[in-house]
Write a protein that binds this ligand. Structure first.
Ligand code: ADP
Ligand code: SR1
Ligand code: MG
Ligand code: MG
Length: 419
């Protein structure tokens, strides 16, 4: 039975597990297994992550999911099957975009355990790079590539209905993770919940205003429905800036344990929304040595380029494969004029979805359960609250007014106007 035989590993038992698992042992150079160096580095909200290094210099990463949410503890149980969906999504996205996805070496469903490529130093978590003020000249190019390929090739623009429905059916079982998102992104910030927190007392009124904003709640209801109902593509499902590891030359996307067939805008919005949060946190990181003004401009440029390149690459894939998918049949969309009108409509909707989801994800990071290091690392609470209020007001405006916005350049203007 697939789910029998689970035991949580620690540094010591992981050594024995690796020795007994050729797919992992062989990656560590065979010989040097007697002096493995193991460090638990999990700084995420859910799982345990070990970096394993052998004396020969080889390294792998082992990630294990325990039956609860690490951030909260065992009072919040969570299906270990998330590890299966993470490994499956990583493999599928890796097939479609190997340049930006770490290889999966081994997956053990009973143990909810995955072995994968160690994304080596000097890669760091993008969120940490954004806090430190580091520019990544290829980030927009790489992330637009990853999003265009993974979203286009898992949608009905490329696939036939049978394959698509099979995928949808398989990933439907990742329901506990979807329900977690439904709660912490689309519900809790809009009601009193013991899980919510914010920078109190500074933002007490702002949090209350979110809970009393009927126009906002009506818009969020539509986004929540779309998240629950729209099986548009196999999305990553948690594409914030701590799910991306970077150097100036390389971009690697990790942690797709929320993967399921959902709306594409949820991924695009997660990435853009987290860049916007990074932008608003910069005032809190400015000091005498660096006012962060130039860096803020770079973040805005990264936001602009990410969307514009994504749109261009996505439509390019659509044109290249226009005979392929079952959604826009070539004998109906049979002129380049009509196809281009259809594409414009599709991309406009996707743009508005991305703005909506991105804004909802900004709001949950300020008044919901799980906050972001960009803002949390601002020690002075009143300064932090100022940054958070600006981000919150911008997000509320973008969420409610997104259908009136036509270009990413207009989004940039709105972001600057709340700063
Ligand atoms: P969680 O699901 O708990 O959020 P993550 O997959 O985000 O866990 O991993 C937590 C941390 O472990 C990351 O922030 C990163 O520092 C490290 N990590 C995860 N996967 C790798 C990898 N393949 N290579 C190097 N470090 C990794
Ligand atoms: C309990 S909420 C934890 C959050 O961390 C994950 O990375 C997801 O973003 C989730 O919403
Ligand atoms: Mg993570
Ligand atoms: Mg995770």
């Amino acid at each position: 039975e697939a789910l029998h035989g689970f035991r949580p590993l620690d540094e010591a038992s992981l050594v024995a597990y690796i020795k007994a698992t050729p797919a992992l042992a062989s990656r560590l150079g065979g010989g040097g297994l007697d002096s493995l160096e193991i460090n638990e580095v999990g700084d995420g909200n859910l799982n345990f992550v070990y970096i394993v290094k052998s004396s020969s210099g080889a390294a792998i990463v082992v990630k294990q999911g325990l039956p609860y949410v690490r951030l909260v503890g065992d009072s919040w149980p969570m299906s270990r099957e998330r590890a299966y969906f993470e490994a499956s999504t990583l493999r599928e996205h890796g097939r479609l975009c190997p340049e930006h996805t770490p290889e999966v070496y081994h997956f053990d469903r009973a143990m909810s355990l995955m072995g994968m490529r160690y994304i080596e130093s000097p890669h760091i978590i993008l969120r940490k790079g954004l806090i430190a003020g580091v520019e990544y000249p290829l980030l927009a190019d790489h992330m637009s590539d990853y999003m265009a390929k993974t979203l286009f090739f898992t949608s009905l623009l490329y696939n036939n209905t049978t394959d698509h429905k099979n995928g949808v059916a398989q990933y439907c079982a990742n329901v506990e993770m979807s329900r977690l998102t439904e709660q912490v992104v689309f519900s809790d910030p809009y009601r009193v919940s013991k899980f919510n927190r914010w920078t109190s007392p500074y933002l007490d009124k702002d949090a209350e205003a979110v809970r009393q904003d009927d126009e906002l709640k009506l818009e969020v209801a539509e986004l929540k429905s779309m998240f629950m109902e729209r099986a548009q593509a196999l999305i990553h499902g948690d594409l914030h800036t701590a799910s991306i590891m970077v150097t100036p030359d390389s971009t690697q996307v990790i942690d797709p344990e929320f993967g399921f067939y959902g709306p594409m805008g949820y991924d695009v919005g997660a990435f853009l929304g987290n860049l916007i949060l990074a932008y608003y946190s910069q005032n809190g990181h400015a000091d005498q040595a660096n006012d962060r003004k130039a860096y803020k401009k770079w973040i805005l440029k990264a936001i602009e380029e990410s969307w514009n390149l994504f749109q261009k690459k996505f439509v390019h894939l659509w044109n290249k494969h226009k005979e392929s998918g079952e959604a826009y049949l070539p004998d109906i969309y049979n002129s380049s004029h009509l196809l281009s009108l259809a594409q414009k409509k599709y991309m406009t909707n996707l743009f508005h979805d991305s703005l909506g989801f991105g804004s909802a994800k900004m709001i949950r990071r300020i008044v919901g359960i799980a906050h972001v290091e960009d803002l949390e690392s601002i020690k002075d609470a009143s300064k932090r609250a100022e940054c958070e209020r600006a981000a919150l007001n911008c997000a509320k405006m973008l969420l409610k007014g997104r259908r009136q916005i036509e270009t990413i350049e207009q989004v940039i203007e709105h972001i600057q106007s709340f700063d």
